[in-house]
Design a binder for this molecule. Structure first.
Ligand code: GDP
Length: 334
């Protein structure tokens, strides 16, 4: 068994095409839930869902989120209604007292559904309604995700990092805001002062995650702050990584990031925005996969290949490099 850790883009891209190298049933994916939001009463789990949709072959591979060819009628109607009513659009974070009442898992990340600030497709929304309904019936997020795996014919176990709430809050010059408000609405423009993982002190990885972390671990190319940060903020998660072989694929080529706000968030939290900074953020990593054009000297074992991902062939090539790196990390992979 080998366990992958995932945000919403890099690891799903890596796993797309991985099946010949890493058998799905033997390679669980632990997904970040710090990015999750409750929107209009529905729990939306972007990183879990990208993995579910990718593994279930439903994913929109242009955007790497949502379901391919989905319609957006409900979303458009929400905007038409808000406009007709003269209601302000943009994220509408609920008042403080509403953030800590109601569903436990959705703490500190509740937004009104008025003029829905994240675009949810119609089929996509059916997943969120089913997830939230099952949570309300008393199931844990882990149990609900297993049910969704079955429904979407996903063979790879998809494990939310925790059944407790952890909310990624970005503190900016414009005040604190949930990561999705910072990223989706502000396009990462505000200056960042710090990043907080609210709830992490009282949150723990699930038993299923701790079991998965007994196996060698692969960190796909991920945002070290907002995708790995919520996991590493839980003591038991970090400790588990310290006692198992870990391989990380860099989301950078030296100081060039492939996509997203990783560079800006790393600089704001005291890391260099580069492969060297990623290595510093992962002191427990035993080996790395870097791009062939990345000459960073990490003083840890490195396997190089073309790390540009986007097709199943790319995923397969990088997974072969990961396999080599796992051997260098001392992992016994059957
Ligand atoms: P999220 O979409 O914010 O949840 O992001 P992830 O945690 O999955 O991180 C995306 C990271 O993957 C970014 O920092 C990108 O630089 C990196 N990334 C995106 N595409 C590629 C790629 O093709 N190759 C590599 N090596 N990294 C990539």
């Amino acid at each position: 068994m080998v366990t992958f850790l995932a945000g919403g883009t890099g690891t799903p891209k890596l796993l797309d095409g991985a099946d010949d190298v890493f058998a799905p049933a033997e390679t669980p994916v632990v997904c970040n839930t710090g990015d999750d939001v409750e929107l209009g009463g529905l729990l939306v789990c972007p990183d879990v869902d990208t993995t579910l949709f990718s593994e279930g072959d439903l994913l929109d591979r242009e955007t790497w989120w949502g379901i391919a060819d989905d319609t957006t009628e409900t979303h458009e109607e929400l905007h038409a209604l808000a406009e007709a009513a003269g209601l302000e659009t943009g994220p509408r974070y609920l008042p403080d007292e509403a953030q800590t009442s109601g569903r436990y898992i959705a703490r500190w990340r509740r937004f009104s559904g008025v003029a829905e600030f994240m675009e949810l497709g119609d089929r996509d929304r059916a997943v969120h309604i089913t997830r939230t309904g099952l949570l309300d019936e008393g199931k844990t997020l882990t149990e609900v995700t297993e049910i969704l795996c079955d429904a979407l014919s996903v063979d790879r176990p998809v494990l939310p990092m925790s059944d407790d709430p952890v909310a990624s809050i970005v503190h900016t010059e414009e005040g604190p805001m949930h990561f999705q408000e910072f990223w989706v609405h502000h396009r990462a423009a505000p200056e960042v002062e710090s990043v907080e993982f609210r709830g992490a002190d009282d949150a723990g990885p699930t038993d299923a995650v701790l079991d998965a972390l007994d196996a060698p671990v692969v960190i796909g190319p991920s945002n070290p702050i907002t995708s790995l940060g919520p996991m590493l903020a839980m003591d038991a998660f970090r400790e588990a990584l310290e006692s198992t072989p870990v391989v990380a694929v860099s989301p950078f080529v030296e100081d060039r990031v492939f996509s997203g706000p990783a560079g800006k968030l790393m600089e704001a939290t005291g890391y260099e925005a580069s492969t060297a900074g990623v290595a510093e953020a992962y002191p427990f990593a035993d080996a790395f996969v870097l791009d062939s054009a990345d000459g960073t000297d990490l003083h840890r074992p490195v396997v190089r290949t073309d790390t540009e991902l986007g097709t199943p062939e790319d995923g397969q090539r990088v997974c072969r490099a990961v396999e080599e790196a796992l051997a260098l990390a001392g992992a016994e992979v059957s």
